[in-house]
Ligand binder design. Sequence first.
Ligand SMILES: [Zn+2]
Ligand SMILES: [Zn+2]
Length: 374
Amino acid sequence: MPAKEMDLPCMECNNAEAAVTTRSRSLCGPCYQRFLNYKVVRRMEKYKGPKDLAKSSVPTARLLLPLSLGASSSVLLHMLDKALARQLAKTSRTSYVLEILVVEPSTISPDQASCDIQFDKAREAFPKHTFNRVPLHSIFEYVPDMTEIMRDYVGPQYIDDDSKSNEERLAAFRDAASSATSKADLDTVLFTRLAVGYAKHTACESILWADSDTSLAAKVLAGAAKGRGASLTWQVSDGMSPWGVMFDFPCRDLSKPELLSYVSVCPELSEIVIPDRPLSDNILTKNLSIDELMLRYVTTQGEKYPGVMANVSRTAHKLHSTSGHGGPLCSLCGGLVENVNGNEDGITVTGQFATENPRFCYGCMRSRPDTVLN
Ligand SMILES: [Zn+2]
Ligand SMILES: [Zn+2]
């Protein structure tokens, strides 16, 4: 169709109606997908293997992709599936394989529906990759010392009963957290530990987190507010985590609205992506966790000032990693324990935990039940 008959022709191919406008470019669906794809593939360069990949004997890397079946991780999977297909066609092998991990959402929060249908659809749509779905309480299986860590963390009031199922044991631990912020904070830690344990179990060298710059900015702000400043770097930057598994954030140059637009022009994802629950204005602010509040703030402000939010995550990305710091690390979250005694963040905590619980960081101690900070 000639360009003059179109309302708004795609600025890239000039051959189709533009479907999305981003960064002052109006693009058709396929050109938009390629535009975002390029930004992610560029972040994955370190895994592309040597130039003569076909003849090379370098082993294929194994990378873990935690798939929440939300927009970001589903888009990342779609993009990497395409990139691997291109590599396979060109060199008849791939430089990495993907291990897909779905943590059953109904085991993270009872008000989330099971993802049976979307999980099956994703497996059908991406048959070349290994998929596995596990409940959050499988953390006891994949992180063998978790029982001991939980016992030490909660203290004498946590009575772990071996005769109970893993599901009941995890529920008892989570019930010990008193506030919405503590619960959400501990769930994030548990989820990360499960992903790391699973990555080790499946011999994956890196975990590909699908956070957009919107989600990274929310993590930075919430992390600072929760006293987790010292472990922020590896939670938002590409590099080594405290557990010997790399963390990578290939979607860090894309915003959440851009990823949502990708889903809107990608029919293959229409039956896979579980839409975000709408940010209801009716929920009382006091019932929201700091994480939810920050995500809300960054989402609404990010629409008005997209550059500012991208800057927040970019600045944190430049901080030096703390995992190679050499100081003692928190048994639960991997953050620096030194933080309990001050001073890196200017936080001073005196009193019992400094001496009684040297294995847990300030951020984790704040989420501990019955914690009173001096
Ligand atoms: Zn186009
Ligand atoms: Zn900690």
